[in-house]
Design a protein around this ligand. Structure first.
Ligand code: CAA
Length: 387
């Protein structure tokens, strides 16, 4: 077991840190206050290869391994979780699914433009009445001559208003339950495809979030990603990648909390000494460091398995569960270190808390991760209590 990063990985991490500090950090507060989705920043991330880092170079990606990808996502996540959400959705959920399940023409059509940031994509799984029970979705795909007609609604879709292509999961045969699901690559300019922005979010205010309506949207047979009945596996395999990137981004939040707290506690004086001199402040910093390092190790373990082509669903759920919960706890602790200053946006820590909060919800709640881990440990599926 080698716990050292390679020279190449260290370089990837350092250049991602530099990019994040130069290109992302200066924009974060204004974008957050204005609830503005920063398309220009998304393009910049595409230019440096951060939207297709693990995608093969044959399709416009950077061909990095998963540990290298996590190092990039960590730095983007430290700077801004809204930007990190762009990376996660575009790279892991959208590009990752097309690369794994797409036909050669589908890959050629979409991957180079997605990896470069010229086009954005979104992942349409969740619906108003279907969240954790993803197999039970209501969107319907009806066979037509030479294609399919899609009807339904999708909810909480990151990048939904700004995407050029949407992965839409739909049921082709309700009696077959998850075995009837299919995934379609739907251009968002299609007739009958419309979106509405969701406002008033606690955090991730500069991330685009949409409700999508599909009103008799027609797509050709060639728009299907995988085969009829593959839809659920497309979704789950995408989430194996997406959860990994959410976890890596949360390591970045934990790290940002440590950095901000160390720096602030050395500057801020009370009782004539820097508050870093107080044992209780150091204890808070130590707690954050332990969580950050443990989360990072769990991410690296899941990444190493992915790089070896081994199953990593459970290890990814463990990393996602621990890293997201740790990010919330670290952000809360970092505010405590900052006192009143941590409650306003002169420092990043209040945003860390608001932005971290969604990570224990999206791409599978903490409870779903626990049920996945518990099922693997016991052999008992607690997700279908009625059966
Ligand atoms: N990769 C490939 N296939 C997989 C898989 C994986 N990781 N996990 C399961 N499958 C396959 C199984 O092998 C099984 O196949 P067979 O039918 O051939 O046997 C099939 O899928 C069904 O698997 P399960 O029995 O595990 O399915 P389930 O219904 O019991 O439960 C669940 C699954 C874990 C609860 C799942 O529904 C789940 O993860 N739910 C949470 C959904 C979620 O994370 N939503 C997030 C939305 S996306 C988002 O937030 C995006 C955004 O915009 C930010």
């Amino acid at each position: 077991m080698d716990l050292e990063l390679t020279d190449e990985q260290r370089l990837i991490s350092e250049s991602a840190r530099e990019f994040a500090d130069k290109e992302i950090v200066p924009r974060v507060r204004d974008n957050d206050r204005a609830e503005r989705f920063d398309r220009e920043l998304a393009s910049k991330m595409g230019e440096v290869g951060y939207l297709g880092a693990p995608v093969s170079e044959d399709y416009g990606g950077r061909g990095l391994d998963y540990v290298g990808y996590a190092l990039i996502v960590e730095q983007v996540g430290r700077a801004d979780s809204a930007a990190r959400t762009v990376v996660s959705v575009q790279t892991s959920l959208v590009c990752g699914s097309i690369e794994q399940w797409g036909t050669e023409p589908q890959k050629r059509e979409w991957l180079p433009r997605l990896c470069s940031g010229e086009a954005l994509g979104c992942f349409g799984l969740t619906e108003p009445d279907t969240g954790s029970d993803a197999a039970n979705l209501r969107t319907r795909a009806k066979k037509s001559d030479g294609g399919w007609v899609l009807n339904g609604n999708k909810m909480w879709i990151s990048l939904g208003n700004v995407a050029e292509v949407a992965l839409i999961f739909a049921q082709t045969e309700p009696d077959k339950k998850h075995k009837g699901l299919a995934c379609f690559l739907v251009p968002t300019a299609s007739d009958g495809f419309s979106t509405q922005e969701i406002h008033g979010k606690l955090g991730l205010r500069s991330s685009d979030t949409a409700e999508i309506s599909l009103d008799a949207v027609e797509v050709p047979d060639s728009a299907m990603l995988g085969e009829i009945g593959d839809g659920f596996k497309v979704a789950m395999s995408a989430l194996d990648k997406g959860r990994y990137s959410v976890a890596a981004g949360c390591v970045g939040i934990c790290d940002g909390c440590v950095e901000a707290s160390v720096s602030y506690s050395k500057e801020r004086k009370q009782f004539d000494v820097p508050i870093a001199s107080f044992q209780l402040v150091q204890a808070m910093i130590a707690d954050m460091i332990v969580k950050r390092d443990a989360a990072r190790m769990l991410v690296f373990r899941a990444g190493a398995l992915k790089d070896q082509g081994k199953p990593s669903t459970i290890e990814t759920s463990i990393a996602k569960l621990y890293a997201t919960e740790s990010a919330v706890e670290c952000a809360n602790t970092a505010i405590q270190v900052h006192g009143g200053s941590g409650y306003v946006d002169d420092y990043p820590v209040e945003r860390y808390l608001r932005d971290a909060r969604v990570t224990t919800l999206y791409e599978g709640t903490s409870q779903i991760q626990k049920l996945i881990i518990g099922r693997d440990a016991t052999g008992i599926n607690a997700m279908t209590p009625g059966q």
